[in-house]
Design a protein around this ligand. Structure first.
Ligand code: CP
Ligand code: NVA
Length: 316
């Protein structure tokens, strides 16, 4: 454990592809430990006196509240920084913003559009940079998801099948990385033209070779759902894609998680959603409510998993 603490210290968390399986395991187990401490009312001020900056260029409920509360519970503080109020929104270059912020802060979390923005920020920053979602990836959500799967289906993730049904977006990409690292089998069912990112698929295949995980893509939801232990979906219209709303709703219409699709899954299958959800689009209202315990555990685990990430990256 000591070694992993040292390994992650000072690093960025931009993609799960950059982490080893052991590092992910360490985040998940520290997340569970911190969850137990918080539930028991035991203080765990691992980041006393530290400040996290949180730059948001997109809306957020869970990410903002969980990071901010998490820093407080770790004895530090978090600053909410909207691009609308930062000079970055008026054209100050990322490389200058990153160097300035590194002089004040102990870590920066960013939610932005182009993935290159966060890579560029991290290149110029001297403090850990955490990906709070880009158009390409959402790694913190997947850490919370893995923690939730362990809680509901048991600690051994290896060999479980996760079926992703819907748009091959940032969630699909990050889940593919997460499954590949943990030896889980992953199958995404998307319409043609909505497949997960090809470069992510190629990278994940390399990770999968090392862990024995199988990664598959299909256009047939029933094939993905067959014998799946976890069914996962996300919105059809991600932030920034609002202009395509009608076309996306038409193209993705057959890719809903509903009771019909659930018939193909394992009897003990759980249904997951990163939220926000659109009932009647990517998920049927009854299936959402039947699985509300899991879905809101997922949301809660954002807090615990991210506290582990911050403690490991930013702790002394
Ligand atoms: N799942 C998630 O990241 O939610 P927010 O967009 O509300 O942060
Ligand atoms: N794919 C969604 C995830 C929201 C948490 C989006 O990017 O808007």
């Amino acid at each position: 454990m000591r070694e992993v603490w040292e390994l992650l210290k000072g690093k960025d968390l931009i993609s799960l592809h950059d982490l080893s399986t052991d590092e992910i395991e360490e985040i998940l187990s520290l997340g569970s430990e911190l969850k137990a401490l918080q539930k028991a009312g035991v203080q765990h001020h691992l980041l006393e006196g530290k400040t996290l900056g949180m730059i948001f260029e997109k809306a957020s409920t869970r990410t903002r509240v969980s990071f901010e509360t998490g820093m407080f519970q770790l004895g530090g503080q978090a600053l909410f920084l909207s691009d609308k109020e930062l000079q970055i929104g008026r054209g100050e270059p990322i490389e200058d913003t990153a160097r300035v912020m590194s002089r004040y802060l102990d870590g920066v979390m960013i939610r932005t559009f182009a993935h290159e923005n966060i890579l560029n920020f991290a290149k110029w920053a001297d403090v850990p940079v955490i990906n709070g979602l880009t158009d390409l990836l959402h790694p913190c959500q997947v850490l919370a998801d893995l923690m939730t799967i362990r809680e509901h289906l048991g600690k051994n993730l290896k060999g479980l099948k996760l079926a992703y049904i819907g748009d091959g977006n940032n969630m699909a990409n990050s889940l593919m990385y997460g499954c590949a690292k943990m030896g889980m089998n992953f199958m995404a069912a998307t319409p043609k033209g909505y497949e997960p990112d090809n470069e992510v698929f190629e990278n994940a295949k390399k990770d999968a070779k090392a862990t024995g995980s199988l990664l598959m893509l299909t256009h047939e939801p029933a094939d993905a759902a067959r014998d799946a232990d976890v069914l996962y979906t996300d919105v059809w219209v991600s932030m920034g894609e609002e202009a395509e709303r009608e076309k996306r709703r038409r193209d993705l219409a057959g890719y809903q998680i509903n009771r019909g699709i659930l018939q193909f899954a394992s009897k003990r299958a759980i249904v997951m959603h990163c939220l926000p959800a659109h009932r009647g689009e990517e998920i049927a209202a009854d299936v959402f409510e039947d699985n509300a315990d899991v879905i809101f555990d997922e949301a809660e685990n954002r807090l615990h998993a991210q506290k582990a990430v911050m403690a490991l990256l930013m702790g002394d």
